[in-house]
Design a protein around this ligand. Sequence first.
Ligand code: WTA
Length: 651
Amino acid sequence: MTQSSFPVSAEFVAAANTTPAQYIKDYQRSIASPKANDDFWAERAELIDWIKKPTVISNVNYDLDDFRIKWFEDGELNISVNCIDRHLKDNPYKPAIIWEGDHPSLHKTLSFTELHAEVCRLGNAMRKLGVSKGDRVTLYMPMIPEAMIAMLACARIGAVHSVVFGGFSAESLGNRIIDSQSKLVITADEGVRSNKHTPLKANVDRALDMDGTQCVEKVIVVHRTGNSIPMSGRRDVWYHSVVAGESAECEPEVMNAEDPLFLLYTSGSTGKPKGVLHTTGGYITYALSTFRDAFDIKDDDVYWCSADIGWITGHTYSTYAPLANGTTTVMFEGAPDYPTWARVGHIIDKHKVSVVYTAPTAIRSMMKEGDAFVRESDRSSLRLLATVGEPINPEAWDWYYEVVGGGKCPIVDTWWQTETGGILIAPIPGTVALKPSCAMTPLYGIMPEIVDSDGEVLEGLAEGNLVIRGGWPGQMRTIYKDHERFLQTYFTEYPGYYFTGDGAQRDEDGHYWITGRVDDVLNVAGHRLGTAELESAIDSHPATVEAAVVGMPHEIRGVGIAAFVILKSGETKDEQIKEELNRHVRREIGPIANLDAIYIVDGLPKTRSGKIMRRILRSLAAGQYVGLGDLSTLADSSVINKIIEVLRAED
Ligand code: WTA
């Protein structure tokens, strides 16, 4: 914990939506009692246009015998109406989405009126294809406006979307389609990023060859690149054909606040990815409310969140929250390095972006290329910068602050998770001096606690596991079709609390520093990958016997992937097999699962009961060969020295 802090400029503070004293007052009031907490959220629910206003606010109980999480349970609403229709009266021509294509010559703006028409057309088309309330729809899309349109069209007709990141493999896509039993898939012929094409439709075809995907009746394909792709006569339809001739009005489905809005699969510490389920009323109230607070949003902001819609940030803070608030959201198809590393600055200038929200990995990769690229732009439109997804190291924070923001924009480090639906911990800009790498203070209504491994709540200066007392409207409701796993994962280890899976420190000012995952989830470049998933992908290669995967420090991606692999006897331990294993894992999971280091070993450190001691492997992968802690529970301690020999040989 470095304690240097950066006061927010007087100019920013003067224009901020709240003041330091007001934040403290409002925060204290929001958590003063369960009744006060309900009153606070009832006030925030006023930001939403309800068809039927809720009279019940929270109904949350983490007691396993009588477990429930419900918010605004008798309320009725439609989220697409909140994101679009309600802005038509006052702001019909305001840009809702500014799309910047992969190539700098491509851009497109959709006003709220245009967005309304597009969403309605697709909603009508989906209804005609037989999709109705509660049906699941998988989206496997590039970063094009049709991706957001499809999410909103699902919300309009009450279908539950499950967005699968376009960088996941056919196999990963197939597994998610099988779990969600989707009726419809929406995709594009190809995705384009850094002038490279991804064969999205071909991946869908491969996924739909998998047993268990017979649920899919139709595939809607957006024409993005126009390169030829096979279309199956009965199953596949072009997006432009199905929406052609559809009405620009579509009756919104009346949704109960607790009706599902979407599923989003994320990695856990064990087993296959889990379908995190979010519902309607609480999610949108939380998304909108935290968006205003954390980013100090003004009416004329042009807001750019760089997250892909395949991740929770792309759901909550690229799509739902800005649009519900009537804020212009910028969507970028490409990557920061194309055509050159100056692209991000050029986009900021071109669209007069005022708020940027991105991940530390992107900042580190730009920083590595030097300041000159960024200085090609003037970025005078910027007023606020934000980060998410992983701890931001002080060097990257300083560079973001000084070089990108020119020393005048506060940096909002936002901590949250797929499960939490929205930001839980972040400095509300203008209310507190910023400490680099510190997520700082809880948002209104949120009660973080730090517990030790026995579940004892620690007061004051503390380090331990981060848990949350009580609920909040945006929290997940269950793991799709596996409520038991939901209870087990989040509510069993520390009874009465939501367990985040993260470690944290609290400093003498009461500010929170996130120290990283305490479970077997790796946060690689801000993307979650379970060690269990990676290990089973390696194990599925015919040359391997067993593998153990741990995180290791990585200069750009924060956390890299290190694999310790035992090969079958007779296999040659050479570079070729390592390359083959890496290709295999990328094929199984997707290119984000790149193995940064592969060590071929003869044995793994295991306890007598056969559990892999990842703690030891983590130290070894980080280059720490001595001071490995208590080794007395190891079944065979000689494996350690043998692994060290392998590591030394690679140095
Ligand atoms: C990590 C992303 C440090 C954390 C919204 C969490 C962070 C996981 C931060 C969730 C932050 C997220 N500082 N770590 N500001 N934000 N994390 O589900 O480990 O993709 O548990 O949600 O990312 O990742 P997820």
